[in-house]
Design a protein around this ligand. Structure first.
Ligand SMILES: *Cc1c(COP(=O)(O)O)cnc(C)c1O
Length: 385
């Protein structure tokens, strides 16, 4: 530091001291103060050795065995930086889904892609729309950049296209839609998605978050690829955290038109996806046996759980994903009481009062013995009451 610059620095400091600025210490941007923190599902219960976690929509069957083997094999390469452009992973995705690898982006979980879309396209006081009971990351991602999260009404736990469109203003930059949605499990048909897209101005990005796409077995569903193929303002995001059971590795991907893909590539960190995550994801994509087993397991037990819960007098919101949302509407036992009772028995479900769902529990489809145990305990509780 030269004499002169040190002098001017001293003047600056003393003027900051006088203005009180220096005494305040570092101050985050104003919108960070009110920023919500994403609450993950609990994984431990005090006093219980091994709690059964059915609170985060994780894979009932664990990770794909082929993915585990690929992950272990990559241990000898931990000193190497990962492939910064995920060449092999993008090739594997392109082959599996018949896509242009140049339009595939990868992220540290699909959450990173959702956040980067806000960082790239929404400025402070711009608006970001999502549906009531939409995924909690959307308002958080919007607020993190100072944008205003705007919640559109749903229709009986299903996203409502007309309400989403009615919420659009000239400040709207992004519409987030989880399809199927978490925590409701409901989905919009391809036709409804088309209608939503057709009603949006072309400068608004429609983000179709298809984290649970693999689980959907309804003919009128499309994960969003058809729309991305024909529209310049649609992004589809996917994840390896659910069907493939790789939540801990943090890896997701997205598909967009080349300009948006290039923007997302520009603002991400250079090595955002680790080498083991890339290798495990490629192996998981090629593990057809695991895929089939996991899907068959989910369809069977999702149906079984829905039937059993309904028989207990509870209202099950029709689910297309790997979890069910259960309403304790006209019951003597409340959702909170049921949640506490199951916790005492060692089972963690998700009670979501913070999302306006205080009369609901969300339960991830578990293993046979886990599903049967939860239903057994609920029977004791509800029929003893
Ligand atoms: C679980 C989930 C994700 C996936 O997040 P990752 O960051 O890929 O683990 C995205 N969207 C929704 C709606 C989810 O439920």
């Amino acid at each position: 530091m030269t004499h002169n610059s040190r002098d001017s620095y001293a003047i600056l400091l003393s003027s900051q001291l006088q203005s009180g600025l220096y005494m305040q210490g570092p101050t985050p941007r104003p919108w960070i103060d009110t920023l919500g923190i994403y609450q993950g599902g609990k994984s431990k219960i005090a006093g219980i050795d091994r709690a059964i976690k059915l609170s985060s929509n994780e894979s009932a069957l664990g990770p794909s065995p082929k993915a585990m083997a690929a992950y272990r094999e990559e241990a000898t390469q931990l000193h190497r930086y990962p492939d910064p452009i995920y060449h092999d992973l993008r090739a594997a995705l392109a082959q599996k889904y018949d896509l242009d690898p140049g339009r595939i982006v990868c992220g540290l979980g699909s959450d990173e892609i959702l956040k980067n879309l806000c960082r790239a396209y929404a400025a402070p006081s711009d608006e970001v729309i999502y549906s009531r009971y939409g995924f909690m990351m959307y308002p958080i991602a919007a607020q993190a950049v100072g944008a205003v999260p705007v919640e559109a009404d749903d229709d009986n736990f299903v996203a409502h296209v007309d309400s989403l469109l009615a919420a659009v203003t000239d400040k709207t930059r992004i519409v987030f839609l989880a399809n199927p949605n978490n925590p409701t499990g409901t989905y919009l048909s391809a036709q409804e998605l088309d209608r939503l897209h057709a009603g949006l101005p072309t400068n608004v990005i429609l983000v179709i978050d298809s984290a649970y796409a693999e689980y959907v077995n309804f003919d009128d569903y499309d994960a969003g690829l058809e729309l991305v193929a024909k529209a310049p303002n649609v992004v589809m995001t996917r994840t390896f955290s659910k069907l493939y059971g790789l939540g801990s590795l943090r890896i997701g991907w997205g598909y967009a038109q080349s300009e948006i893909a290039a923007v997302l590539d520009k603002i991400r960190d250079p090595f955002n996806v680790s080498g083991p995550a890339q290798k495990a994801a490629i192996a998981a994509l090629q593990d057809h046996e695991f895929e089939e087993k996991a899907l068959a397991h989910n369809s069977y037990w999702r149906r079984w759980l829905s039937d059993e819960l309904t028989a207990l007098g509870l209202t099950v919101i029709p689910s297309a994903a790997n979890f069910v949302l259960v309403r304790f509407a006209d019951t003597t036992i409340s959702a909170e009481q049921a949640n506490n009772y199951l916790m005492q028995k060692g089972y963690i479900l998700r009670w979501l009062p913070g999302q306006g769902l205080a009369d609901c529990l969300r339960m991830t489809v578990g293993l046979q013995e886990e599903n049967e145990a939860v239903i057994g305990h609920l029977k004791e509780l509800m029929q003893g009451a």
